[in-house]
Design a protein around this ligand. Structure first.
Ligand code: GCB
Length: 601
């Protein structure tokens, strides 16, 4: 749209409270919110010069329709409502294809307590959001899939308050993702919204993990990390207590507010898919106290193997978009998570790639409980404005938000920096910067990316890309038999791949459920299944292969998939249809995963 960003919207990173779903004083603001659509040229959100309009719908004025001078021509009080969390596209038929600006408004009662701070926590809002409470702009955020918090301390008063949120779902050339992507651009407040009240000095961030290199001998396991206390003087005391593991220690904050600790756990079972043990971890400092549930495990690379707690693993995985099965729309509740994990278990998967952006926190929480390992990704997808420092800043902020939210989840073993980016020096430099930041923030996990820069030479497939040097685990997407190559080429192709653990991060073909025919006929379940069979032949011959990820678990909506009857607005590469019915290819992967025939640890 060429709209200018406000200075605030370019802020690289703002406060993000970790473990919001485990905090004591949280009031949900989910439910019915009034809404008004700001149709182009978006005058309610942007002034003529492109700045954020603080005197538009943000004022939440109510017109006097009986007398007096002409006044503002909008009124939230009598406007219709949308459910939050929820995309607007699947709630209002007229907004199905709307990629623009929409304003939300909600009144809420509160009683500010002295000596406390209050934050508005937003699980995700796609794509940019601008937030006013009682007419004061409290924050701006860019990025449709990561959480953020706006401080409301001093802005709230006793009694009735109101919040107005302008959400702009326009695609941006300099956005992340940019304007081109193969999924549906669901707009709005797509995840939970809540008010979180904490003491004046409080624990905003923490990282509790198995110490790298710890012996893992029962009775001699070491845990380490930090607890960050925002607003605390240096020397403030922090306690970490894990009663079931018989681990308890105290530490004091440094000048940055970080209390670093290391503690022996007398009794600890490590987290693994077979035994996804979580411990209640209580962190306290002054009057702040919170209890999270955390698992402890070690993940590392040894040559071309991936070791989980010292044992080689093969990742039996599948790709998944954050789209609700059956009802459609953005996934955002416990039922959606339960349904998706039900499919994963049915497929015998032990791993999921959450594509192509961080999913709702329920997904990583559920993965922790269910013992499913996770690849979590930021949407550096296809063409990004890699040369621009301000775009790097956005990507870096998303990376930090993703890591900060989920670094205490044992299930997450891989941070993915990108998907299918072209091999250009500026891209490699950009991703090298992110890889370094990710390692600095979280040295306990592995870094990956999904590449598609392979080439063919005769019967050979070659992946040579400087990006692979930056990664611990290399992912590659290929669609032999669908976008290129002949299906049967998979039987004989010889791959030259980096000497690193390798994951076939995407492969597959489209098939409309119930469309049958010979294997040579496109869009049939038979052809999709045939392609999978040949892929399995190929996988057995790749020594570095440590995981496979069919594209994709469920058919998903995409604005680019418009063949009537066959697609009808859906990418049909699902092993299951969008309403959860199995195609033939599902059974092939289900059996191969059950019998462990896809690859070896
Ligand atoms: C890819 C992309 C994925 C697409 C898929 C497809 O390589 O990574 O986002 O949806 O191909 O179906 O074309």
């Amino acid at each position: 749209m060429g709209l200018t960003l406000s200075a605030a919207a370019q802020q690289p990173f703002q406060t993000l409270l970790v473990g919001v779903d485990h905090r004591a004083d949280v009031t949900s603001l989910n439910g019915d919110w009034h809404y008004l659509v700001d149709y182009p040229p978006f005058r309610a959100l942007y002034t003529g010069s492109g700045a954020i309009n603080d005197r538009g719908y943000a004022m939440n004025s109510h017109p006097d329709i009986t007398s007096g001078p002409h006044n503002d021509e909008y009124d939230f009080a009598t406007a219709p409502t949308l459910k939050v969390p929820g995309d607007w596209n699947t709630q209002v038929p007229q907004l199905f294809n709307y990629e623009g600006v929409l304003f939300y408004e909600r009144d809420f009662d509160t009683t500010p307590k002295s000596g406390t701070r209050t934050f508005l926590h937003i699980g995700a809002a796609n794509y940019r959001s601008h937030i006013w409470v009682n007419r004061k702009r409290v924050c701006d955020h860019e990025g449709g899939f990561t959480p953020f918090d706006c401080e409301l301390t001093g802005v709230l008063h006793a009694g009735s308050n109101f919040v107005v949120i302008g959400v702009d779902a326009n695609r941006l050339q300099d956005g992340i993702p940019s304007v081109g992507y193969d999924w549906f651009n669901y707009g709005g407040l797509t995840r939970d919204v809540s008010l979180v009240t904490v003491p004046a000095a409080f624990i905003d961030d923490y990282d509790v993990h198995l110490a790298h290199g710890s012996s893992w001998q029962p009775g001699n396991t070491e845990l380490s990390g930090y607890v960050h206390v925002l607003g605390a003087a240096a020397g403030t005391s922090v306690t970490v207590d894990i009663p079931e593991a018989r681990a308890r220690t105290s530490a004091t904050t440094d000048a940055e507010g970080n209390a670093r600790f290391s503690v022996k756990a007398a009794r600890l079972s490590l987290w693994s898919p077979d035994s996804p043990k979580l411990y209640k971890v209580t962190l306290s400092s002054g009057t702040d106290r919170l209890t999270d549930e955390i698992g402890f495990r070690d993940i590392r690379v040894d040559g071309i193997r991936i070791l989980l707690n010292g044992k080689a693993v093969f990742l039996k995985r599948v790709n998944l978009h954050a789209e609700a099965p059956i009802r459609g729309g953005r996934a955002n509740n416990d039922q959606d998570a339960a349904t998706m994990f039900g499919y994963l278990k049915d497929l015998n998967a032990n791993f999921v790639r959450l594509c192509h952006y961080p999913h709702d926190e329920r997904m990583t929480r559920t993965a922790d409980r269910e013992g499913i390992m996770v690849w979590s990704e930021i949407p550096n997808y296809w063409d990004i404005s890699f040369k621009k420092p301000e775009v790097y800043a956005k990507s870096s902020a998303m990376l930090k938000e993703m890591i900060r939210r989920d670094r205490n989840k044992a299930s997450v073993i891989l941070w993915s920096l990108s998907n299918e980016t072209g091999n250009k020096p500026e891209r490699t430099k950009f991703l090298a910067g992110l890889a370094a930041e990710a390692r600095q923030m979280d040295p306990t996990r592995l870094i990956t990316s999904a590449l598609n820069t392979d080439r063919r030479e005769g019967g050979k497939g070659i992946l040579e890309d400087p990006l692979t040097d930056l990664l611990d685990v290399v992912g590659m997407n290929e669609y032999m038999g669908w976008y290129g190559d002949k299906t049967e080429d998979a039987d004989t192709i010889q791959w030259t791949l980096p000497q690193k653990p390798f994951i076939m991060s995407e492969f597959g073909a489209e098939a409309r459920l119930g469309n049958h025919g010979p294997v040579t006929r496109r869009w049939t379940e038979e052809q999709q299944a045939y392609i999978y069979k040949h892929q399995l032949v190929m996988f057995a011959k790749i020594p570095q292969l440590r995981g496979t990820t069919p594209w994709v678990l469920l058919d998903f909506r995409s604005t680019t998939r418009n063949i009537p009857i066959l697609q009808d607005g859906y990418n049909r590469k699902g092993l299951l249809s969008d309403d959860g019915r199995k195609k033939q290819a599902f059974f092939i992967m289900q059996k191969a995963y059950k019998e462990n025939t896809v690859g070896k640890p």
